[in-house]
Design a protein around this ligand. Structure first.
Ligand code: GFB
Length: 296
């Protein structure tokens, strides 16, 4: 999802010199393949969007894959880029790697200031290592490896698999299917009380290019929408967009995860960047994409 948004953004800005590889062409888990790729291609800038990601259930079910694959991918790419002489790289963290009970909105210096959310601790430890690795390479080798910390993302090419997806695409798929099958109700995981901040992936891509052009500090920087919404309210909003009129049933046996993770985006706003997609517009656009790409 993020990678394809970055390609759309860069191509729309006239970059026709993008060096792209599918997973079949370049396995980022293999250090030798990654080293050979960077030695051969020597790109001017690297956007590292590849990772093992997933929603609250996927993180709880596969902690070993999340920590191994994310450590392996980021270590291979960050070191491979440095070793081949690249100076600019953008690494992506995630708002869920901040402490579970960080004061809200979350400022960049909250990282490592408290206990992590258990449901995605493996992912968070791996991603925190990536943040620290970029800062260490900048300090020791004078690289410009910057870290963007996005909030929850959504948009075209998202993952709609109900077992591994994040909440927004999962609810879109469930509510769409319920409308088509005229079901009386749809199950929403948890209490519906957690708050989440959602940024359209095209806004994230725009912010990433903005940062590569305008940000050179070694410290990470938050990239968020600036407002959050309760899961129950999100479910109601998606129901309206999809046209589902049945009942929303909350299953509190399923985990809520972090109660809130609203990012403080004053640093990025002060640099002159703001998102363009309002949440409802973004959900409508994503639903139109979903309908044209997925069978009911
Ligand atoms: O998006 P999500 O899976 O992950 O869940 P997180 C967000 C909230 O939505 C949780 C609730 O409180 C879920 O209980 N929810 C309600 C649902 N219905 C559903 C549903 O059908 N599917 C899903 N998936 N959730 C993730 C991290 O945390 O944040 C990842 O685990 C990643 O590592 C991501 O960083 C950005 O937002 O809680």
């Amino acid at each position: 999802m993020v990678g394809s948004a970055l390609v759309r953004k860069l191509q729309s800005e006239g970059y026709d010199n993008l060096v792209l590889r599918t997973r079949a062409e370049l396995d980022l888990l293999r250090q030798s393949e990654v080293q050979r790729f960077f030695d051969q291609e020597k790109p001017d800038s690297v956007f590292l969007a590849a990772a093992r990601v997933g929603g609250i259930l996927a993180n709880s079910a596969s902690p070993a894959q999340f920590i191994y694959e994310n450590l392996q991918i980021q270590t291979n790419v960050i070191h491979g880029a440095f070793r081949a002489g690249m100076n600019r790289l953008l690494f992506l963290g995630s708002s869920c790697i901040y402490p579970k009970f960080a004061s809200q909105p979350i400022t960049e210096d909250s990282l490592l200031s408290g206990k992590l959310e258990p449901t995605n601790e493996s992912y968070a430890v791996a991603k925190i290592a990536g943040v620290a690795m970029c800062e260490a390479y900048n300090q020791q080798y004078g690289t410009r490896f910057i870290t963007a910390m996005p909030c929850n993302l959504y948009g075209p090419n998202d993952n709609f698999d109900l077992n591994t997806a994040h909440v927004l695409p999962a609810l879109m798929r469930k509510l769409h299917a319920a409308k088509v099958q005229q079901l009386a109700s749809v199950e929403i995981w948890g209490t519906g009380r957690p708050m989440r901040e959602f940024l359209h992936v095209d806004d994230l891509a725009d912010a990433c290019l903005f940062l590569v052009r305008n940000y050179s500090e070694s410290k990470l920087i938050n990239v968020g929408f600036g407002e959050d919404i309760a899961i129950a309210e999100l479910a109601g909003l998606i129901s309206e967009v999809v046209g589902f009129e049945g009942e929303l049933v909350f299953n509190s046996d399923m985990p809520d995860g972090t109660p809130r993770k609203l990012l403080d985006v004053s640093k990025l706003n002060a640099l002159g960047w703001k998102p363009r997609h309002a949440l409802r517009d973004g959900i409508e656009e994503t639903y139109a994409w979903y309908l044209s790409h997925h069978q009911a």
